[in-house]
Design a protein around this ligand. Sequence first.
Ligand code: KIV
Length: 284
Amino acid sequence: MTAKAVTTTSLKKMKADGKKITMLTAYDYPSAKLADQAGIDVILVGDSLGMVVLGYDTTIPVTVADMVYHTRAVTRAVNHALVVTDLPFLSYHGTWQETLKNAGEIIQKGNAKAVKLEGGREVAETVKRLTQAGIPVMGHIGLTPQSVNQLGGFRVQGKTKEAARALIEDAKILEEAGCFALVLECIPAPLAKLITEKIEIPTIGIGAGVDCDGQVLVFHDMLGYGGEHYPKFVKKYAEIGITIEQAIRTYIDEVKTAAFPQEEHSYGIDADLLSGLYGEGERR
Ligand code: KIV
């Protein structure tokens, strides 16, 4: 029996019922299928794909076309989780028509159920208009990687009184504007707790402590897949990068020494048929 699909409404109910929300990024069919089968509540097709899949230093080069392409692969795999896709850098800062077109492509072509965008009060009007157009929006405040050049690096946010107050106000403004949930990235745990208590929509933390209504991690980070440096807030639940590299080394070794393939990996043919392939005197 398939579990009931997660919706924006069911996430709000989870907060009201005190049930923690689980969110994980995924960028392709097999990773999304595994996360969905495991029972994750929300799959985020994050623009972090620029860094963990495409090899960029930041999320800034990621395009709407990239997001649609990866979202299509993810949504083909998912039966249960709510699929949310990031609006990438500058895709919601032009005219309203451009923003609507970009968000519309992610929903219509990608088949995502909601979009996520970064920023506080400065994106509130955009959140309002997208929500009014029928596109659910997840907010994202604190460390907002699309503004890394403005923030001066990937660092903890909200550490001064003014900055902490601004984040609390932003959270309330985004709730008021219509966000159904809010990612809190890299802010002190007690501040995330306070924000979580002050708004009714769920908060999903990453580097924001245990008192958020849910947690999100990047697929490749939590599995130790392909990265070199991991932020302090990452817990690695596996080391699949080591497992994969070891398997490839063994494969190379076995091919070089003719230990692979063996008979069990090969197809046979009737010996008479083979010897009778060429007639007497015929060139081989
Ligand atoms: O792009 C992403 O993966 C994200 C999460 C880290 C929240 O925005």
